[in-house]
Design a protein around this ligand. Structure first.
Ligand SMILES: CC(C)(COP(=O)(O)OP(=O)(O)OC[C@H]1O[C@@H](n2cnc3c(N)ncnc32)[C@H](O)[C@@H]1OP(=O)(O)O)[C@@H](O)C(=O)NCCC(=O)NCCS
Length: 203
């Protein structure tokens, strides 16, 4: 059974909390459309694996220079991915749905050993048609709210140095730079640094 989210930060940039796991993106966030669209943030289950596969296929097909590239997962691999985020007490997978369509994904993968059980590695992505509308921020706030009530006090995240937009977003929501993994990833034949950030109990 999916773990239930029971607390959220209340953001002040046009996104409203409407219930424990239903949040709304208001017109000022959506810009030109001028319509109020409901974005639901909820915990993923293995029942979402097929939709997650389609989502991953769309994302990786973009071949973004700033994104860690992965092969599109099979359904079985996606089920394993979901279970790895749902079985451990310090891990979670949140999905954002807009009109029932999966438009964003954020995960926390907790460390295994007791001395590091308060630490989880985060990942985040939003569908190409829906970026810049506040959904990424909403997903991160969902992760922070979930972490606060599940004993995860340090969240780590990485972005390629070629992805300044993602780094700006992470710093805006409170991540601090820990350092670089120099030349950690090869993108189109060139070494690229991975920027390590964290949001934790020690400033
Ligand atoms: C990075 C990402 C998750 C942010 O989600 P989002 O819903 O667009 O973010 P929000 O609307 O809440 O916040 C917008 C901020 O995201 C950042 N951003 C990064 N890439 C962006 C894009 N293509 N479009 C819009 N914003 C982007 C910017 O910092 C922007 O803030 P700014 O307006 O001050 O420049 C999303 O753009 C994305 O999935 N990009 C491609 C995959 C990726 O880079 N993932 C992160 C890997 S570390």
């Amino acid at each position: 059974m999916a773990k239930k989210i029971t607390a959220w930060h209340t953001p002040n940039h046009g996104i409203h909390q409407t219930a424990a796991s239903r949040l709304q993106v208001m017109p000022n966030t959506l810009g030109k459309q001028g319509v109020c669209v409901s974005v639901e943030i909820r915990e993923a289950t293995v029942d979402d694996a097929a939709a997650l596969c389609d989502y991953a296929a769309r994302l990786f097909a973009e071949e973004l220079p700033g994104l860690f590239r992965r092969p599109t997962p099979t359904l079985e691999e996606e089920c394993e991915f979901v279970l790895a985020h749902t079985l451990p007490a310090n891990s979670v997978l949140l999905i954002a749905e807009l009109d029932g369509r999966l438009v964003g994904l954020a995960g926390l993968r907790g460390r295994v050993h007791a001395q590091e059980a308060h630490v989880a590695h985060a990942q985040l992505s939003v569908d190409g048609d829906h970026r810049g509308r506040g959904i990424g921020t909403l997903l991160l706030e969902g992760l922070f709210a979930w972490a606060a009530i599940h004993g995860v006090t340090r969240i780590e995240i990485e972005a390629l140095s070629t992805n300044p937009g993602a780094i700006r977003l992470y710093e805006r929501v409170g991540f601090l730079r820990d350092g670089l993994r120099r030349g950690a990833v090869v993108v189109d034949g060139a070494y690229v640094d991975a920027v390590c950030l964290s949001r934790g109990p020690v400033a």
